[in-house]
Design a protein around this ligand. Sequence first.
Ligand code: GLN
Length: 445
Amino acid sequence: QTLLGRIERLDGRLNSFISITHEQALAAADAADALRAKGQAGPLTGLPLALKDIFCTDGVKTSCGSKMLDNFIAPYDACVVEKLKSAGTVSLGKTNMDEFAMGSSNENSHYGPVRNPWDLDAVPGGSSGGSAAAVAAGLVPAAMGTDTGGSIRQPAAFCGITGLKPTYGRVSRYGIIAYASSLDQAGPMARTAEDCALLLGAIAGHDLRDSTSVARGVPDYRAELGESLSGLKIGLPREYFGDGLAPEVEQAVREAIKVYESLGASVHEVSLPHTHYAIPAYYVIAPAEASSNLSRFDGVRFGHRCDAPSDLIDLYKRSRDEGFGSEVKRRILIGTHTLSEGFFDAYYTQAQKVRRLIRQDFLDAFEEVDVLMGPASPTPAFDLGANKDPVSMYLQDIYTIAVNLAGIPGISVPAGFVGSRPVGLQILGPHFAESQLLNVAHQFQ
Ligand code: GLN
């Protein structure tokens, strides 16, 4: 109730929530109290949190930030939501996001932009900007996000919190509205790495309903926290410290790396030579998958339907024209084009080959070092409305996107400020090295 009151008082200025689920929250809190009274409480029992509005939540509006789904009440829970409920957490509501998770600033939401709690003139990052802002403002201690090309790590960096994108396949995608299925992954956003460790343990695991989820045991992610970092080999990718990186961000990241040296780690320069192909490859693969995934929004079965269609084609056309915003339409156009006959090999097949090279860059680097470190984003949060050109917005994700193409895990941790705006240190590890990443992140905090 304290946090619901805080949301009511403060969220008018931030716009970090799309829906606040008072009733369900109070019922879940009562259930948690009952468990506690019986001595059956676990570490997450009664923990209030928020869910990005991309997670289907039974009986609750699940809009994905789009007019298309403004009237959609999900009829079931996503796997992540099921697991969080059974761990006893109490969801207070659904957080704002870029429409269908397409964006880096949260300015593409049908529900209006989110503001950064550290500076109301700045964006919170995207697409999980509502989750990041809600945690940073102390409206909830933790929130769930999804990351297809940086959407957990970049808003975590912009809002001065910790955000983890797990290995592809670590967390089930069942019930998460699909953007680019081969890249999407859900993860926790919280104050600390320890909180993220606790939450990852609750949401990770094999799920038969997502054929890409991996059958592999879920470790206790808190067990390695505090293990010595003496002898840890940190790689600094040359390509992550080049042109376009704001000098103040570079300085904050280099200061953070010095802290690790003082803890006994050694620093090595490495190269990820295909880095500059990551954005072009992503902007072929992600829109291609999106154009296919978003074909289900046809005005027939659920979601927005236009008034008085004259025939079926008119129903499709007007429902989609009215329901989708301009960035979503741009991605559908790009994806449909790159998948079309005559262009498929030149764009899509080529991008998949490039993806393989990008993945190999990381595998080669992890032969030499244990983790990679660099900035999460080339700049701190920019001003709302300042970045109008879509291509310059796409370039924002230069340090995060390759990670999704490779499927490896990454975490952003707070590493200082430029003026009032936070900077994030990004730490990357090999597939399924979440325990190690969380330990490394934890020791900085
Ligand atoms: N900014 C990237 C995009 O617009 C990544 C978004 C995400 O990770 N969901 O596609």
